[in-house]
Design a protein around this ligand. Sequence first.
Ligand code: NOJ
Length: 747
Amino acid sequence: MSKVVRTNTGAAAPDPSEAEVAARVEALMGRMSLEEKIGQLTQIGGAAFVPGPKPEDVIRKGGAGSVLWLNNTKQFNVLQKIAVEESPAKIPLLFALDVIHGYRTIFPVPLAMASSWDPSVAERAQAVAAKEARAAGLHWTFGPMLDIARDARWGRIVEGAGEDPFLGVAMAAAQVRGFQGPSLGAPDRIVACAKHFAGYGVADGGRDYDPVYLPEGQLRNVYFPPFEAALKAGVGTFMSAYMDLNDVPASGNRFLLRDVLRGEWGFKGFVISDAFAVGSLVTQGFARDGRDAAFRALSAGVNMDMASNTYPQHLAGLVEDGTLKLDDIDAAVRPILAVKVRMGLFEQPYTDESKLAQVVALPEHRKEARLAAQRSMVLLRNEGRLLPLAKSLKNVAVIGPLADSMEATEGSWMVFGHTPAAVTVVEGIRAKLPGAKVEYAPGPEIRRDIASWFDTMMPEAKKVPQTPEQAEAACQTAVATARSADVVVMVLGENADMAGEAASRASLDLPGRQEELLKAVVTLGKPVVLVLLNGRPLSIGWAAENVPAILEAWEPGSEGGHAIADILFGDVNPGGKLPVTFPRKGSHAPLYYARNLTHSPEGSPMYNPRYWDGLPTPLYPFGFGLSYTTFSITSLKVSAPQVKVGRSVTVTADVTNTGSVVGDEVAQLYIHQRAGSDSRPMRELKGFERLTLKPGETKTVTFTLGPAELSHWSTNAGKWIQDAEAFDVWVGANSLATLHADLVVVC
Ligand code: NOJ
């Protein structure tokens, strides 16, 4: 190991070859004791809420390979110095944190970025996040979150790319490229972590952490693909999920972590458990005690124990009594050391403390955040072309509890220790209309009925709740403010702590008195625009019929207020599309477009309603989104009516801007296999492209349908197959596309 201490301002060294990495790892292993090896398998918490000895003391003894929940450059260097100068094997630490949608410059939440249907947005966002995080001294992020989520009640739907595996694959690969760059040694980048492997989004009832029951076909056709895509994009690490998958906790699940991840996919990096998850194998009623938990997690394939302290307590004993072999430990340690070698940490363990301020102030980071927010927003309704609003407006009211909330604008999953600093909607509109009167009234506050443990860390949740009288007065002030305006912008939705971990909901209604306030304002008869800030689909049935314009802005990040104003006042034409279905009611969840057909499909002569007390169809379908212009999609052609198994055809269609302003359309390709070895979903997304078109302009989109798109994992056959069967093909602007062609796959 180099004795020369350099900082991360040093020039990047060329990537070492596999053989070089292996040789360096072996050399290190040769001089490590069992305790130090187990130390490398141990991630400790740097935050006060984590019990146990002081990090300095653990690190000095070589008892930790990584530190999480610390966000302090100076302290990173202090701890790193202890690791590389005082610990016995002098192995540098990996500093890890959840950098989910930005470090200091906050980007739209991942669900929003998926709404852009533009993977390059996510790639650039995560590259900026990586650059800032690396400048802060971080090496490793716990992202991207790749759980497909079809149940809008589940709070963590906000962290992923939504309900669809095809879109999920594109977003997964893009985020890995963004975080990591071309290799693990890339400067200004960090190692990514594909999480939570696997099936976490299918928690029973949408209740976070609840058990998951998923047949293998569902796992392989729907839930695995984004993870495999991350792996193919070179992701350095995986995180095992918390919950039981088919009665085996994911963090003790050999099928997931050994058979599939390493066996079938050949993953060479390392797996970390979710926080405390190794210890939780006992709580979950799977492992007998801590010793059994350590044994089962390690044997299942968890290399690193996140913060539960179970590995350091029990692994040595398990080796000493022969339950585990030294080889088992060595095999777990090697990929961790390999990541450190590849990252160049031995050469450059420290961080230049003067760099962060300059990096987070780079104007291009804010520019990227604004662009990402603009491209992520989805126009859900625009009756009578109320939008875009005129910049000549003189008197605008901005109403709602989220209109001036930095927390709600930046959204859930803030970096540990981050202070929200977003441009709010009120600020964005004021900046856009410097000469106008822009009045703001929040109306009644909104808050969770039941706080989570995470709320103890959120200043918002510590505020004294409004009394009913205060709420009523706030409501009246808001209505009076709206009454005196020419146009009202209502900013409603969810607080940052209403989506994310431990933030599931039984209802998808607007929380608190927001709908009541909306109704009171709409009754005034003014033009009303509803801007939604939220981390999941909401059941906004009343608004969808009564509010002329609705913009789904999600949780848009640091530049959110500016991006919203850009769209409301026509500087930007919205072009995002929903990556999730909007159900009419929370009780309709899970609702997603790629369901199998039934014996009584909609439109059939003997159709039977799914519910008798309300339409079960989506309020807004997957893939939906409007624009300030109009488009037509025509001339669908499949290059041949038949294709042989294993061969490909080309699908083309013409997309024309039929309106009068430049705008974006996302052409979407869907297929359906009509019969075969298994029932297949009535529609499956198999291609998309976001296009910018001038008025009158036509572009031709070209998609490929080949074995990758036309195969599936067959429950009946127990393997991947491509059936020689007939397929429907559609291209259109959302999952209800009607432009249709036939394709027959033949032997
Ligand atoms: C628990 C969460 O499930 C996971 O997503 C996160 O990365 C870890 N905590 C670390 O903060």
